[in-house]
Design a protein around this ligand. Structure first.
Ligand SMILES: [Zn+2]
Length: 329
């Protein structure tokens, strides 16, 4: 107990900008005052040996395979070589989901915490200390780093915590409907299925938060890769949940005729502008613009599609709209 107490004290040193307290999600932290390692030294590389491979983005298989979080290295091992690093809550929050069946997900055993403006996800865990509904404090131990996954066999020497900072696209009902229309197997994780989450780069987020950026401003700063317009009076729950984030000046009680939505290259619908007046002749769904410099990544991520030199919305964008409950033909 005494030893754990001191470990937690070290973790909690981190950042109090704007009253915000955050903790590196594993016990060996690069963020503490006396840290001996930089963030890069805490990243677990894939078999390729490349540093980038443990980071966020198109970092695998020569830049063609996407990684939606970061892999944080295990530093502590039991006598038999299995990892023993404790895993800690990134910020104050609440446990909204835990999966304790290692074979039920490529995340293996995982926990999702809800914070004011986003979720954090902790995957491949060996064990879980918290229950759904429980409140946790930044730095509180929530589990132990492990190697669980139904997809990849993770050797001891590459054991890691897969960590994501996420948004949830669909509410339970709309995501369930979308899942049923696209898959025949059972969705074991409800709205906390990885297919319903869109992550941002956790390292960039950590650096910004430590630099004093407010959580609410983390996503607004993301560049848009694509802007679309969708007509209709529908207001997805996504907007109610993330309204302060994506639509600062929007009055959700005023009836809308449609939305102009900006997407990041990785598929986060990050800015919403309501349309209050319109003529009815407009096509229901239209690509308005895209950013050339982000086209490659947006196409790889299927946010956009490029065929014979012409650019259109990609399948990921259409699926995202459907998960959120928009009717899209
Ligand atoms: Zn990973």
């Amino acid at each position: 107990m005494g030893k754990n107490f001191f470990v937690i004290l070290f973790i909690l040193w981190v950042s109090r900008a704007h009253g915000l307290l955050l903790s590196w999600p594993t016990v060996i932290s690069p963020l503490t005052k006396n840290a001996t390692r930089r963030i890069d030294e805490c990243i677990q590389r894939t078999e390729s040996g490349k540093l980038e491979s443990g980071k966020f983005g198109f970092v695998r298989e020569n830049g063609t395979k996407f990684h939606g979080g970061i892999d944080i290295k295990s530093f502590l091992k039991n006598g038999n070589g299995t990892p023993s690093d404790s895993v800690h809550a990134f910020m104050d929050g609440q446990v909204v989901y835990r999966n304790t069946s290692p074979n039920a997900s490529n995340y293996g055993c995982y926990i999702i915490l809800a914070h004011p403006y986003f979720l954090t996800l902790y995957a491949h865990l060996a064990s879980i200390d918290v229950e759904v509904g429980q409140s946790v404090r930044a730095g509180q131990k929530i589990g132990v780093l492990g190697k669980t996954s139904n997809a990849t066999k993770i050797p001891n020497e590459r054991a890691h915590l897969h960590f994501e900072i996420d948004f949830q696209l669909g509410d339970g009902d709309h995501f369930a409907h979308w899942y049923g229309a696209n898959f025949t197997d059972k969705n074991l994780h409800g709205a906390f299925n990885g297919l319903n989450l869109v992550g941002i780069d956790p390292i960039a987020a950590v650096e910004k938060l430590i630099g004093g950026v407010k959580p609410i401003d983390l996503f607004v700063a993301e560049k848009e890769a694509m802007t679309l317009r969708i007509m209709g009076n529908y207001v997805p729950q996504f907007l109610e949940k993330y309204a302060p984030l994506v639509a600062k000046d929007v009055d959700l009680t005023r009836p809308v005729k449609g939305w102009i939505i900006e997407f990041t290259w990785f598929g986060l619908p990050k800015k919403w502008t309501p349309i209050y007046n319109s003529d009815s002749e407009q096509p229901r769904l239209k690509l308005l613009s895209y950013r050339k410099s982000l086209l490659r990544n947006a196409v790889l991520r299927e946010v956009l599609r490029e065929k014979n030199g012409s650019v259109s919305m990609g399948p990921r964008t259409i699926h995202t709209l459907k998960k959120m409950g928009f009717i899209v033909d």
